[in-house]
Design a protein around this ligand. Structure first.
Ligand SMILES: Nc1ncnc2c1ncn2[C@@H]1O[C@H](COP(=O)(O)OP(=O)(O)OP(=O)(O)O)[C@@H](O)[C@H]1O
Length: 309
């Protein structure tokens, strides 16, 4: 399923929640919507699933040569922010009921349920009422409920919320398996370390607008266009020798055996390394890349400064 969102806007009574947002999602990719509380992520999700319409702009969904203005219900698995299963029914009854509601045969529903309960280590708990499970385990049942009917697209609003680190890792593995099975996954999340491991592309939003977009590498370039490379040498290097070898570079002496160089692009990297290798024996070269959490925090700080100015 291919999804193209073009310049959508959405306002509620007093809030302009989404302000001219565009992006595309390619079939089979994991796409992450990121941003602080109130950024507009859930509003976008509600428009993607057809719960509300954009005031302005378009959503075009292509699936098996058909076109839609939202993701067709039969092809959608959705974990909303406010979860909706039956607390007084067992895990098994909840899942089988939902699967059959989506048109799965009893045998296929059973087989799907068995597989996913195993993945989340919930097989032993399947006869317990949902309300008897911890919040984290209920969350895992909700994730299974969203995918049990094998939809083409899965939308997960905060799939990591309420989960401990080990269970968050399980969700990462679960989402990778969905991608392997060919599903398109759209998720919103606040756990950057998890998103970094998973997302093929992402959209960082603030106050209804796009702040950064693309793959992690593209986002890195947008947020931090300069690269910093740390070079460690076998022999001691003085500041004077660096000044003569790297006369045109922006370098910083770190210790007798290491220094960093800030580069504008990869061509500069080649030139810089050639000059360094002509003069010193190099032990290690490390690119100092910011992780998604750091990129997110600095992008949001910059955005806030920009909108305050
Ligand atoms: N039904 C509604 N009526 C009025 N205002 C709303 C409604 N839904 C959302 N908003 C407002 O729209 C803005 C965007 O909200 P939205 O829920 O889309 O953000 P979000 O990025 O999903 O936030 P969170 O991470 O907290 O879930 C917020 O200011 C919110 O208060």
């Amino acid at each position: 399923m291919r999804i193209a969102v073009s310049a959508i806007e959405k306002s509620y009574a007093t809030v302009q929640a989404v302000r001219g947002v565009s992006f595309t999602i390619e079939p089979g990719e994991i796409f992450a919507l990121l941003g602080p509380n109130g950024a507009g992520k859930s509003s976008i999700i509600r428009m993607l699933v057809g719960m509300t319409l954009p005031d302005i702009g378009t959503i075009q969904v292509e699936y098996q040569q058909q076109r839609y203005n939202h993701i067709p219900r039969r092809q959608l698995g959705y974990l909303p922010e406010d979860r909706g299963l039956y607390p007084d029914k067992s895990v098994e009854k909840n899942l089988l009921y939902l699967a059959q509601l989506h048109g799965l045969s009893k045998a296929t529903a059973q087989q799907q349920m068995t597989h996913w309960l195993e993945v989340f280590e919930l097989t032993e708990r399947r006869h317990e009422d949902l309300k008897q499970l911890s919040k984290g385990n209920q969350q895992k049942v909700q994730l299974i409920a969203a995918v049990i009917h094998r939809p083409a697209v899965v939308i997960l609003d905060e799939p990591f919320s309420g989960l401990d680190p080990l269970n968050q890792e399980k969700v990462v593995a679960f989402l990778k398996e969905l991608r392997q099975q060919g599903m398109t996954v759209i998720l919103s999340a606040h756990q950057m370390a998890m998103v970094e491991k998973l997302a093929d592309r992402m959209l960082l939003m603030a106050k209804g607008k796009v702040v950064l977009a693309g793959t992690l590498a593209e986002i890195r370039l947008q947020a931090q266009p300069k690269q910093v490379v740390l070079i460690e040498t076998e022999q001691a290097v003085s500041e004077d020798s660096l000044a003569s070898v790297l006369a045109d570079e922006h370098w910083q002496w770190q210790s007798s055996h290491s220094f960093s160089v800030t580069l504008a692009n990869s061509t500069d990297l080649t030139h810089c390394l050639q000059r360094v290798l002509d003069s010193f024996t190099v032990r290690a070269v490390t690119m100092q890349a910011a992780d998604l959490h750091q990129l997110y925090v600095s992008a949001m700080a910059e955005h806030q400064q920009g909108s305050a100015a």
